[in-house]
Design a protein around this ligand. Sequence first.
Ligand SMILES: [Zn+2]
Ligand SMILES: [Zn+2]
Length: 425
Amino acid sequence: MDLVAVAAALDALVVPDADRARSVHALQLVARLRCLVDAVEMRWNRRLEELARLDTSLNPEHVNAEATGRSLRKATDAVRRASRAVTAPVVADAVEDGCLSGEHLDAFVRALHSLTKEQRPRLLELQHELVRVAQRSTVEDFTVRLRAVVRDIEGDDGRSRLERQRRERGVRTWTGKDGMWNLHGRFDPESALGLIEALRRETERLFHGEHPADAPADPLLRQQWFQAQALANLMQGRGTRSSEPEFVIVMDHDTFATGERRPDSRVDCGCELDLPIDALLRLAQRARFTPVILDRDGRVVAQGSRVSSPDELVASLRDPVGLDRGRSRRHADRAQRRALRAMYRHCAIPGCRVPFQKCEIHHLVRWEDGGPTDLHNLLPVCAHHHDRIHADGWLLELAADRSLTIRRQGVIAMATGPPREQWAA
Ligand SMILES: [Zn+2]
Ligand SMILES: [Zn+2]
């Protein structure tokens, strides 16, 4: 179906009285239409670029921003998508046909550009197969899949990529027209690990302290405001003193012991960061370890105390740390957060991809209602879903295997299996 046919089909549907099936059908048409509109926009942006070659006073990004009312940054992304689409013709064609979104194309092009020129043809050969994968996947899942494919092509578990990324580090600062000082930095994932954690800890410390009157009321802006304050503190040496950087890397025992990544390896540094196993093991040489034992469902069975060498791991498990605090403590402590981290990569609400590091810990039976700070009563959820749970009165039920059922007004709205599924992608 072309743009006009899809739009007409959508227009023919009447919103009032539509049942669930019809609403779903309508939304599918909306998604299809959006893909087709992405394709149309690509064509016009390409035309703008042709015109710009003839008329040097024409700046495609500015023209796009003005015409669409977007920010210059968004307009630049759109124009760039159009020009980069030619590097991935098969994927771009799928967008033209309305069966793939422009964002899927962006993900593919990003993956393509993370490879060297010599490696790119190997990813391009897989376009047909990857278009089929993309059609069944969300952009996030597609990105995860692309990452695995890229790693396969690199053949060195991303070691040369990390070397490249180290050379590409840089910080840029400038004063904007509004008089604000701007800071933009790029860091390789290995350096980022410690920085993210330092910033997160300082932000959290400030957030739990007093909230000054000039902090914005909007939750997202407030979070950013505190983050700016935290960065300023750290840059001026006023942040929390911590002698060593602390960050959590989840790695299954076999991968840890062999140093080899297998298809079923469970490795997660959080925040979508991707590092070669040997880089992680190198970091681990300077680190201390906490063994966490999971069962088949991906549920924590036990957590050992922290040890300074891998040889002590087994001994540490003989005296596991308790993971239930009852009513003695309102907020999850570090051991409980670590246990939840080992189980969950991201927000526990089905389909949500906000990484664990950005999640809040929710009490299933509310603390106010006498709910204990015990592991079986705690669940990581993103700020958005945390808000939905409390504001809309979602009822969350966690089964013994930590399968999650969400009810709204008594009706099951969502359900998902044990946490192991979060690692399946
Ligand atoms: Zn809560
Ligand atoms: Zn969420």
